[in-house]
Design a protein around this ligand. Sequence first.
Ligand SMILES: *Cc1c(COP(=O)(O)O)cnc(C)c1O
Length: 465
Amino acid sequence: MTLLTPNSPTEDLQALDAAHHLHPFTHGDELAAKGARIVTRAEGCWLTDSDGNRILDGMAGLWCVNIGYGRSELADAAHRQMLELPYYNTFFQTSHVPALNLAAKLAELAPGDLNHVFFASSGSEANDTNLRLVRTYWEEKGEPERQVIISRWNAYHGSSVGSGSLGGMKGMHAQGGMPIPGIHHIDQPNWWSEGGYTTPEAFGLERAQALETAILEIGPEKVAAFIAEPIQGAGGVIVPPETYWPEIQRIAKKYGILLIVDEVICGFGRTGNWFASQTYDIQPDIMTVAKGLSSGYQPIGASIVTDEVAGVIANTEFNHGYTYSGHPVACAVALENLRILEEEGIVDRVRDETAPYLKERFESLADHPLVGEVKIVGMMGSLALTPDKATRAPFAEPGTAGLICRERCFANNLIMRHVGDRMVISPPLVISKDEIDTLVDRARKSLDEALAQLKAEGLMRVAAE
Ligand SMILES: *Cc1c(COP(=O)(O)O)cnc(C)c1O
């Protein structure tokens, strides 16, 4: 067969894609009818598609391209590493230079005594590791009854059977036999959708105390760990009330359960610090990282664990690992990515300059008639769309307003994702103030157009109680 190229006609690319390529989180027939948008190249914060459109990527790919597209240093690092040692494993008492360097670098960057790293190729794999790791930890500690992991509804921890079960996405659980046993979900700290009857502060405490209630119901001697994202990403950038994390921390300590903090999105500068555990003063026992670790240039994830957890696990042979755990090319690229983030002061610039500017500009959208709540921390933010601001009412047809708004964003050459009727952004950390202006201007234009369309189609209707 003849392979197509980025310069092939869009309809040929779409036809071949539809003929053979199964897409994640996509309705196949709908996509085939419409044709995929084919992205051909990218530079900085900008994508180019096969029709030659230049699109501002307000999502950093899938929350991952923290240093932006087109950094040749990462390509060079991959090239050098492929020539020197393209692959070797880290099983059975072997190691190699990129893996040992990256583990040490992560130990240096991660807060507290998170000093030991188990590598994977994705966030899903790292959370699968965590699932087995915490249970093995308690077995080694002589408390094998501690098997249950508590998580939250509307959490996202990945798409494998283990990590998808840890997550709390009901649409995922409905297909293919998830969740697996031994995982218990509590409610999320989403004040806008679920907490309007009280203040955000009181609601944050209430939703944190749900952890204590669950521990007592299950029996504290049976609970191994609690897993959570500091800020829920795929769930719609749900920023918890300030009262939430201190109370979670208190409860986890009180019952001696392990705290797994999933920093796959929040890590590597997204919240204006290296880790959101620093932003929220959380002390994890285990931290999940992926995405921004390599800025998406290579697939890599990891579990970073404390001295204490590593010490206990070292008492046994942990029968777990992936062929590509600590893949040399992925590690070399991640190291180069971390060097750039650090030496170019990208995280500091986010915290001191661009995130405050983005916050001011993004929050200005609060006056839009379609926008209820605006939430933003660092470089991740969301807008809750509503047909009635005063009552925070949901739409009669949930998800439609979000979808229409996302389509308007596409038409205006802005990538902004929708999660139900929340619009979310997570731009590359290198976005400039000018580009932030472009992002917010295009978002407002898209909101205007979405509002007009919703009105024209009679969709500005409040859901019945
Ligand atoms: C994306 C994500 C994952 C899964 O990572 P993959 O690399 O897609 O497997 C896990 N946790 C969180 C918080 C994520 O956002």
